[in-house]
Design a protein around this ligand. Sequence first.
Ligand code: SAM
Length: 393
Amino acid sequence: MPPLVKELLFAACTPGLEPFVLGELETLGLIRLIEPESLETPTSEQSDLEESGGIPFSGTLEDIYRANLALRCASRILVRMPSFRAAAFPELRRKAAQLPWEGYFSRGHSAAFRVTCHKSRLYHGEAVAEHVAAAIQDRLGFPIPRTKWNEGATKDGLQLILIRLVHDTCTISVDASGPLLHRRGYRLATAKAPLRETLACGMLFASRWDKTAPLMDPFCGSGTLPIEAALWSRGIAPGHFRRFSFMNWPGFDPQKIQFLLKSLEKHPIGPPPMILASDRDKGAVRVARENAERCGMLDFIRFSERPISAIEAPKDPGWVVSNPPFGIRIGQRNDLRNLYAQLGKTLRAKCPGWKVTLLCLNQEWIRYAGLIFDSGIPVLHGGRRVRIFGTRV
Ligand SMILES: C[S@@+](CC[C@H](N)C(=O)[O-])C[C@H]1O[C@@H](n2cnc3c(N)ncnc32)[C@H](O)[C@@H]1O
């Protein structure tokens, strides 16, 4: 892709995070093409609901780099190639061979395909992938071996291609990100039920934390929320610590990344905010500290091992942003009810005037906190529909 040509791009995200991704794209100055209300709603045929939300926008090659480096809530950046009609395999192969594959592959690279077919004459995903792979070879003159995509073990030179056939219209997208963007590269260890970093940022954005007042997570687990808060408040790009698929594309200039990081990472003047993170589990706090150290944020977060009842809040009101336990097994209902009652009691006693944002399954549990929460923002978390609830103590 020549550097100044504008491409149709798509910032995929967990459904529910779209408004935050949209706000981030606007802050970056990237053009929005379609009103979010008109976005396709996920269909039951979509195998990966986690990637079915998102915001279309347009941008240059440099914008693709910037979006990957800077977006805190997006899960992938896709380059959407022009759609075409394909109702038979020879037509699919011929038309797919007209796409500019030379922008994304070099000799020795391999490809993984994800195919979704919906109400189309071509409905066999494996055969569709085979024909698009053949089309790439037709275009490039050398074979691109096919392999499986494994989020946890991607390798350099492996390019993910997403193919979507709906009513015989084929849309092919080239993934610019590689491993999902919540994989920032610093969280090598996790505690129980970790949050995705992208959802943690969605919660921080939903809370409207001002990045100067104190922020507290009394159920910090592996530290995702406080670490993302620290990175955001220090102006560190979420993509600072990792590699991306676009780094394998022909003509990629590594110096460009250093230049872009310099322009994106405006370190704030003034004292850093007080970020407090605690958990009653010793192992979780150790893991959280290690993760924070890996991305240089340990000095910005005060970690401690303590139960919710023993938190100590600074006098100046701030924000509690947290992900208390809510997954229950039979026999745990009373424990969880007591935990939320304790949370409410502690917040009323120690955090008067603080704003509170919690991720929870539904109103049932947070009601036991005895605080009146808003109706919440629905999001997907680990395949479950949960909500980001907010209130003020
Ligand atoms: C859902 S996890 C938080 C996960 C975290 N957001 C992350 O990304 O890793 C809930 C955490 O609450 C902690 N926890 C449970 N009961 C607690 C209590 N009474 N006081 C403090 N922490 C508690 C658990 O140890 C667990 O780490």
